[in-house]
Ligand binder design. Structure first.
Ligand code: 9D3
Length: 249
């Protein structure tokens, strides 16, 4: 990976207050508060010129909803670029984008700066997208009310990859997800809960055996629940043996 890592995230949004969910809570909130990464919020409404402060207008060709005006989006992105740096990658969150995943999060943290554009209404004028946007991203095949929460999800997933944001234990867990496996099941006290026991192997103190059981569980859950991530045919001989050992075949 190349050296200069993410130091600035810009966001163009009509609802900057929503981003408190990102900056005020948890490990990612701490990363922003500690200045491991800067966040700048730019509201395209601040560039509106008419008396009503409109940022949207009716779609050419007719149809429902309103469209975000290209000039105001460009003014906001230019302003974000002044803070983020000229080399910032501009990402529009849109339902038409490529579906965001863990590999993209890992790749995007290697950019020095990112500017996210969160849309509202029916969408953004396509000329803004063509002229000023480097990458369009979606968070999946379902409809939400705007690009803010999608942008926050993507920023959270990216900033987690900055060195020092996660503790060592969490980093290891993240590594295993990027390996493409679901997590194994977790248990804490009490040893019996509503008649259900903690699996005996976890009480054995045999760390090699526990690691084998956890991998077998992770493999089994991935094959059973997410055949898009893994099928039994793709298993190594070693992993097949683990599943057999734990009665999961
Ligand atoms: C039928 C037209 N709709 C497109 C699917 C209109 C429309 C719905 C919702 C236009 C914009 C939106 C707001 N959504 C986003 O901006 C968005 C989004 C999403 O809805 N789902 C998954 N990822 C994303 S990223 C941005």
């Amino acid at each position: 990976m190349t050296e200069p890592r993410l130091h600035h995230v810009g966001v163009v949004t009509l609802f900057p207050e929503m981003f408190a969910a990102l900056t005020d809570w948890g490990v990612v909130g701490r990363a922003f508060k500690q200045g491991m990464c800067d966040l700048s919020l730019v509201n395209p409404r601040d560039y509106a010129t008419d008396i009503h402060g409109s940022i949207d207008d009716r779609p050419y060709g007719g149809g429902p909803g309103m469209v975000m005006q290209p000039a105001l989006l460009d003014c906001a992105v230019d302003h974000a670029r002044q803070r983020a740096g000229a080399d910032a990658l501009v990402i529009a969150m849109t339902p038409q984008g490529a579906v965001f995943d863990s590999q993209m999060a890992k790749d995007l943290v290697e950019h020095p700066a990112l500017i996210f554009v969160a849309g509202r209404y029916e969408g953004m004028d396509e000329r803004f997208v063509e002229r000023s946007v480097d990458l369009e991203l979606s968070i999946g095949d379902f409809v939400v009310s705007g690009g803010e929460m999608p942008a926050m999800l993507a920023i959270d997933a990216i900033v987690r990859w900055l060195p020092g944001v996660l503790g060592h234990a969490d980093s290891a867990v993240q590594d295993s997800f990027s390996e493409g496996l679901l997590d194994y099941p977790h248990y804490t006290r009490p040893e019996a809960y509503c008649g259900r026991q903690v699996p005996e192997v976890l009480l054995s103190g045999d760390h090699g055996k526990i690691a084998g059981w956890r991998r077998a569980q992770a493999l089994w859950r991935t094959i059973a629940r997410r055949p898009d991530l893994m099928t039994a045919e793709a298993l190594s001989q070693e992993d097949r043996a683990l599943l057999r050992l734990w009665g999961l075949d």
